[in-house]
Design a protein. Structure first.
Length: 202
């Protein structure tokens, strides 16, 4: 082997050695990259799992909160309906008072208006039961006994479209003293009172 052949051989040997070094370095680099990629993928999976778990818990909390709100809404609706029934029953109880008591109640409603008097309209029930006529007569009797007019009030023969109570017409002015309107006017107070009795622990 001459000098040129020896030089070529040396170059080839050096090249083989460098290729081997590069190959080993590349394998090590690839292994490192793969390890880092595996770690990154694991971290991503763990973050995703944590995020999913957090979102799941948040969704569960929102669902529980929404369910609690719905239950509360249903309970309040049921409570309001029960209170409305009680107030309606109270009006009906007033309308169904014994005739003597209704007569006294209506005369008491008219008494403060004796000085001005007026035409009084009653419900069909009170007209038919003659409670209307007796109430007007009693209101006039009380007015006369107090030194006022004995004919302050007159009976309107037309029945009113209400369950109980009365309408007092004085000229162009109509004073509504029906039970339904009284309940509407004081509904807030009456509902609070009814709720305190029906739901004392609420």
């Amino acid at each position: 082997m001459n000098g040129l052949d020896a030089l070529i051989q040396r170059i080839l040997e050096d090249a083989d050695a460098r290729v081997a070094e590069y190959r080993d370095a590349t394998r090590a680099a690839v292994a490192g990259i793969e390890a880092e990629a595996d770690e990154a993928a694991l971290a991503i999976r763990e973050d995703a799992a944590r995020s999913l778990e957090s979102e799941t818990r948040a969704l569960e909390r929102r669902s529980e909160s929404q369910a609690a709100l719905e239950r509360r809404k249903e309970w309040l609706g049921a409570r309001q309906a029960e209170i409305a029934k009680v107030l309606d029953a109270a009006v009906e109880a007033l309308c169904s008072l014994p005739e003597a008591q209704r007569t006294d109640l209506y005369a008491s409603l008219l008494e403060p208006e004796a000085a001005r008097g007026g035409a009084v309209r009653f419900s069909a029930r009170d007209l038919e039961a003659d409670v209307a006529a007796r109430s007007v007569a009693e209101a006039n009797r009380r007015s006369a006994a107090a030194g006022g007019r004995g004919d302050a009030f007159s009976l309107d023969p037309v029945p009113g479209a209400f369950r109980g109570g009365l309408l007092l017409r004085q000229g162009d002015v109509e004073d509504n003293r029906t039970f339904d309107l009284i309940v509407r006017q004081f509904r807030g107070d009456l509902e609070s009172l009814a709720a305190a009795h029906l739901f004392p622990d609420a």
